[in-house]
Design a binder for this molecule. Structure first.
Ligand code: FES
Ligand code: FE2
Length: 487
């Protein structure tokens, strides 16, 4: 344990730590779940205007968003040659295209003639043909045809191939980067990629995908999912079975941070309420299952969900627990059996932590991947085009491809309208109402930031260290970018 971690530990809530809970795990714990490094990033206030100021936002776009790796889609979204997926962010629109040789390329979705978008939407394409005057490109990006080629002598002198955007893949995700000089994706993803080796995300499929435009800055939204201590106020129904204020927060690298929150244990904030194990199980059942890790799908292969994906719907509530069996142990056993029955894999030796805990890894600046063997939640937060005060959140749930196959078809994105509730999503089940509680705060935060009397926001030293690191890195990238521009 480094000095900072040791010091922060002494400062933490006096209840048991997440590491203490790990010690009681009924199975072997992989090393990567052990406590990682922490950083003391100070306690200075951050300008509230960073969440709404247009100049600041323009700098974020220029020096952060156009420089970072961001997942655009899953490989399973473009399984066949000439399959095209359209990805948008900060005013950029690109086509992610599966090639004949199985590789993937990404092109700016902009005609080299007068700029019309080449594809209005996804699908399998014969070619990339502009609907304005008919110039066309092969799906490889090579120029194919100009109906009035005789009138464009300049095109004879130009490279008419479609300009490409950097592409790399990991875990079944297709990542893009607008910066041709960007370091390789692994430079950003490690050590997450090593830790997730055993979860084999490439052999998971998209069982749910819900998204929505929300009226707040993208950081306001991201930060709502980067600490657990809002549970007792924002999600009081979860507190009887969630170790919120004793969560663990680690900064594994500049780009990869994580938080571990135990499930099936009472929040230390309710320590005076004498919750027993049966009370924990009843609270969990009343909340529709644990809110962590998605849960089991009611969807048959290739069929759109008719009934919600409920998190841990099979947990149920027994009349009593056997001597020595805790609510956490019971929930883990039931979940192991339910997962195995659903996908045919053997979960007998999988740790309690990897079966039911919220093991959220964040990748700078806007992605979060839940580790573990239960269905994995993945978040993505990004600005809504070039508007600093609205943003888009994507929630996907990855499930393991059944041991004996076949690979189920991935669901399509379900975009909620502004007035639609997250709990109305047919795919999210018990997660929906929890997200709705989170989202209720966000427009209020955005308006409150504009109303600030001090012009500052403050972050907790330990439990909001990851949020502060996000701001530190953004500030660093902006400073370096501005210095380069001024040089
Ligand atoms: S703008 Fe595309 S062919 Fe003219
Ligand atoms: Fe929340």
């Amino acid at each position: 344990m480094d000095d900072t971690t040791a010091r922060f530990r002494a400062d933490r809530h006096p209840s048991e730590s997440y590491e203490d809970i790990l010690e009681r795990d009924t199975r072997a714990i992989p090393d990567h779940l052990r406590q990682g490094p922490t950083r003391d990033l100070g306690d200075e206030g951050i300008p509230a205007s960073d969440y709404y100021d247009r100049d600041h936002f323009a700098k974020e776009v220029r020096h952060v968003w156009l420089k970072v790796w961001q997942w655009a889609c899953r490989e399973e979204d473009i399984p066949n040659p000439n399959d095209v997926f359209v990805y948008e962010n900060v005013g950029k629109n690109i086509l992610v295209v599966r090639q004949e040789d199985g590789g993937i390329k990404a092109f700016y979705n902009s005609c080299l003639h007068r700029g019309r978008k080449l594809a209005d939407g996804p699908g399998n394409k014969v070619d990339l043909r502009c609907k304005y005057h008919g110039l066309a490109w092969h799906c490889s990006g090579a120029f194919k045809h100009n109906p009035i080629g005789w009138d464009f002598p300049q095109f004879q002198r130009m490279d008419m191939s479609l300009p490409e955007v950097r592409v790399e893949t990991w875990g079944g995700f297709v990542f893009v980067n607008f910066d041709p000089a960007a370091k390789p994706l692994m430079d950003t993803l490690q050590p997450l990629a090593d830790h997730f080796d055993r979860y084999d995300f490439a052999n998971r499929y998209k069982a749910a995908h819900t998204s929505k435009v929300v009226p707040c800055n993208w950081k306001v939204m991201a930060e709502a999912f980067m600490e657990s201590h809002h549970t007792i106020v924002t999600h009081p129904q979860l507190a009887p079975f969630l170790g919120d204020v004793n969560s663990q927060y680690d900064a594994l690298s500049d780009h990869v941070t994580r938080q571990f929150t135990a499930t099936g244990v009472v929040s230390p904030m309710l320590a005076d309420r004498r919750f027993g194990d049966m009370d924990i199980l009843k609270a969990m059942a009343a909340a529709g299952g644990s809110h962590v890790a998605g849960g089991r799908s009611s969807r048959k292969d290739g069929e759109v969900a008719k009934r919600p994906v409920r998190a841990r719907e099979s947990v149920g509530t027994p009349d009593a627990l056997e001597e020595g069996v805790t609510a956490r142990m019971h929930t883990c056993e039931v979940t192991r059996a339910a997962l195995g029955a659903e996908d045919g894999w053997d979960y007998a030796q999988v740790s309690d932590a990897e079966i039911i805990d919220a093991l959220l890894y964040n990748v700078f600046p806007h992605m979060s991947f839940w580790a573990g063997y239960a269905p994995n939640v993945v978040y993505r937060w990004r600005p809504n085009g070039l508007d600093p005060e609205t943003s888009i959140m994507d929630v996907i749930i990855l499930k393991r491809v059944p041991k004996n196959g076949p690979r189920p078809q991935p669901v399509k994105e379900h975009r909620l309208a502004l007035d639609e509730d997250w709990s109305s999503s047919p795919m999210l089940g018990a997660l929906g109402p929890v997200f709705e509680q989170d989202m209720d705060n966000l427009p209020q935060v955005q308006e409150g930031l504009r109303a600030s009397g001090t012009g500052l926001v403050h972050f907790a030293l330990y439990s909001e260290m990851r949020i502060r690191l996000l701001h530190v890195l953004i500030a660093r990238m902006i400073a370096q970018g501005e210095a380069r521009a001024g040089a």
